[in-house]
Design a protein around this ligand. Structure first.
Ligand SMILES: Cc1cc2nc3c(=O)[nH]c(=O)nc-3n(C[C@H](O)[C@H](O)[C@H](O)COP(=O)(O)OP(=O)(O)OC[C@H]3O[C@@H](n4cnc5c(N)ncnc54)[C@H](O)[C@@H]3O)c2cc1C
Length: 326
């Protein structure tokens, strides 16, 4: 396919996960032209949901928490708009769940944004005044580049662009590591309460880290259970046959004999949960190259951290663009 240049955007955002969407909203609110490129067919990244025989299942993040004042305001607005509702947790430590599924949070954030779905960025090149960003079919120019894909994926794209200015970015990206996770979703004949709250977190997360039932999340119409593995299990079995992985997780759940399973679905996450590190930045950037990276690699490795990292990076991009245009 012939590649062509379209218009030059103020900012091209790689990834329509929570960080990319939060950042893009802030940039658009600042009056900038923004294109979001997302390799998947939907928005949300790891805030992901799918339907099994019509029943909604969250196969990434199970809930959203708000530990700081700034993100609490966002969650409050989502509550008012009936996009989330409280699931469980004592005061100050509530967990909220998306309605009808977690992915709705991302869909609301994406409203009105220019998101190109199914567009995997394959290469990026800085040409002194702008970035040239390529997918299989298109070549796009942008004055700035904000990457929000997990750090290892950003590193892969940026390695070829390395110069002495970008060594700080490349070094930082290489310190951000992720654990894998596999999640088994099972649609059941009838509701199956896993605990009073509907959620179980194991102290030693191997082979199972968490179990959630959809009864407490969504009501009795879509009975189901979601079992998420710990990192060691996922690392060991990531490339195994999905049927074997599902069996391994079910066998490890002490109450699996009580489950009356209708059908199952498996999700593998290569970059699931960010490991602890000692990076204190909210994002990283090289303003001389108009390059930023944000996401849950910084701040807290959760939806809240991803959102706030995206916002902080967007504010920096907007300030830098304004400075350049002055
Ligand atoms: C199984 C699991 C359970 C979790 N549970 C919770 C929880 O209960 N509560 C909580 O707060 N957090 C939870 N998390 C963590 C939370 O989901 C993440 O911290 C957050 O969603 C990260 O958002 P992000 O925007 O930084 O990254 P992502 O969501 O990973 O978004 C990055 C996006 O970039 C896209 N992308 C990557 N490469 C390219 C490319 N080359 N071109 C175009 N697009 C590209 C990806 O497709 C993706 O959509 C969980 C995560 C997992 C995997």
């Amino acid at each position: 396919m012939v590649k062509s240049f379209g218009s030059v955007f103020d900012c091209l955002v790689v990834g329509a996960g929570i960080a990319g969407l939060a950042a893009s909203r802030r940039l658009v609110d600042a009056g900038l032209s923004v294109l979001v490129c997302e390799k998947s067919r939907g928005v949300g990244g790891r805030v992901a949901s799918r339907r099994i025989e019509g029943a909604p299942f969250d196969h990434g993040a199970q809930f959203v928490t708000n530990r700081g004042a700034e993100f609490s305001k966002i969650v409050e607005n989502l509550l008012i708009a009936k996009v989330v509702f409280p699931w469980f947790g004592e005061a100050g430590k509530e967990r909220y769940v998306g309605l009808p599924s977690m992915n709705q949070i991302a869909k609301i954030l994406a409203e009105g944004l220019d998101v190109k779905q199914g567009m995997r960025i394959e290469s990026v090149r800085f040409c002194s005044d702008y970035w040239e960003v390529s997918s299989e079919a298109e070549l796009i120019r942008s004055r700035s580049l904000l990457m929000t894909c997990p750090a290892p994926q950003a590193l892969d794209l940026l390695k070829c662009e390395a110069n002495e200015n970008s060594s700080y970015i490349l070094n930082t990206l290489s310190k951000i590591k992720y654990d894998k996770c596999v999640a088994l979703m099972a649609l059941l004949e009838e509701p199956f309460p896993v605990s009073d709250s509907g959620f179980l977190q194991y102290d030693y997360p191997e082979p199972i880290a968490t179990v959630a039932d959809t009864l407490k999340k969504r009501g009795p119409e879509s009975p189901g259970i979601i079992i998420q593995s710990g990192p060691e299990f996922a690392e060991r079995h990531f490339d195994s046959d999905p049927v074997k992985i599902s069996e391994g997780l079910l066998n490890a759940y002490p109450r699996s004999k009580e489950l009356r399973i209708v059908s199952t679905s498996l999700q593998k996450w290569r970059f699931a949960k960010r490991r602890e590190h000692c990076i204190s930045d909210s994002y990283i950037s090289d303003p001389s190259a108009m390059l930023w990276h944000a996401g849950d690699g910084y701040m807290t490795p959760k939806i809240e951290g991803a959102y706030l990292s995206g916002l902080r990076a967007a504010e920096s991009v907007a300030a830098e663009l304004e400075f350049k245009l002055r």
